[in-house]
Ligand binder design. Structure first.
Ligand code: NAP
Ligand code: GCO
Length: 265
């Protein structure tokens, strides 16, 4: 097998919400495989922070301020990137939020906000890049799903509904655009150490580990939280020609959580 299949040389990758966290790690990996990195974030200071972080890694990324829930802003961003950098070959729908509120206490407005960022925005961004991918004859879309694409848990109703929908949007983009050599797959990270999960790992006042931290470690065959590094290889695979016959799939990078009933107490 020719390992060049994993190369992303001459490819342009757009990672939404890529200033830090999982998006940044995935962008770093795609850059290591040769891709030119474009990222956006919702605030200028975050874009600046991201640019500095990429520069520290020797990556000449392009950063733009854009709220991925704003279709006009996304369309304008894609046109600007196309003019300044080139046609986007790889889209990573990474930007996401979570609100942990018991469902009966969650406002409809909060529910809508989570669905807007975690499901509507991936639709908006994919819709914006697909026409040029069709014209170019290829494209890769990677949707960052979640354990909650498969499982529910208390307080994350909006997030689980959105991430479950994102799994089906992934399958539908595959179904509708596979004939144009566009592969749309998901990555389903397990529990990963990022700012988004920091509240679930906070040390207790007595110095003990957070109960949820202990729960997740017990639920994970790997007996640890994931790190953003764990997602880098899977992302390069799904962004590269090595996965040209993989479509509509969600690759769970979860240390085995989904396979495991859990350790007997
Ligand atoms: P994070 O640390 O909260 O980072 C999310 C990024 O998305 C931030 O840069 C955030 O910018 C940006 N963002 C949020 N709303 C946006 C919008 N409307 N427009 C543009 N950018 C926006 O999250 P993470 O842990 O890295 O997670 C990244 C993705 O992986 C999310 O989709 C998350 O659901 C998913 N995921 C995470 C885990 C985990 O355990 N961490 C596991 C499975 C899936 P701001 O800082 O300005 O909000
Ligand atoms: C939570 C966590 C999870 C992770 C991730 C798991 O509150 O349960 O935030 O939702 O973010 O999505 O795959």
């Amino acid at each position: 097998m020719n390992m060049d299949a994993f190369s992303l040389k001459n490819k342009i990758a757009w990672v939404t919400g890529g200033s830090y966290g999982i998006g940044f790690a995935i962008a770093e990996a795609l850059a290591s495989a040769g891709a030119t990195i474009v990222f956006n974030d919702i605030r200028q200071e975050l874009v600046e922070k991201g640019l500095a972080a990429y520069a520290e890694k020797g990556i000449a990324a392009r950063g733009y301020v854009c709220d991925v829930t704003d279709e006009n802003a996304v369309q304008a961003l894609v046109a600007k990137v196309q003019k300044e950098v080139g046609v986007i070959d790889i889209l990573v729908n990474n930007a996401g939020i979570i609100k942990r509120i018991p469902m009966t206490e969650m406002s409809a407005e909060d529910f809508r906000k989570v669905v807007d960022v975690d499901l509507n925005a991936p639709f908006i961004c994919a819709k914006a890049v697909i026409p040029a991918m069709i014209e170019k004859g290829h494209g890769k879309i990677i949707n960052i799903c979640s354990m909650m694409s498969e499982l529910g848990r208390e307080t994350v109703s909006a997030y689980a509904a959105a991430k479950g929908g994102l799994k089906m949007l992934t399958r539908n983009i595959c179904s509708e655009y596979g004939e144009y050599n566009i592969q749309c797959n998901g990555i389903g990270p397990g529990y990963i150490e990022t700012p988004q999960t920091a509240p679930l790992r906070e040390r207790q006042p007595d110095g003990s580990r957070h109960p949820f931290d202990q729960f997740i470690v017990a639920k994970t065959p790997a007996a640890r939280w994931g790190t953003t590094d764990d997602l880098q290889g899977p992302a390069v695979f799904l962004a590269s020609d090595a996965s040209n016959f993989v479509n509509g799939h969600v690759l769970y990078v979860d240390g085995g959580i989904l396979a495991y009933i859990g350790k007997q107490p």
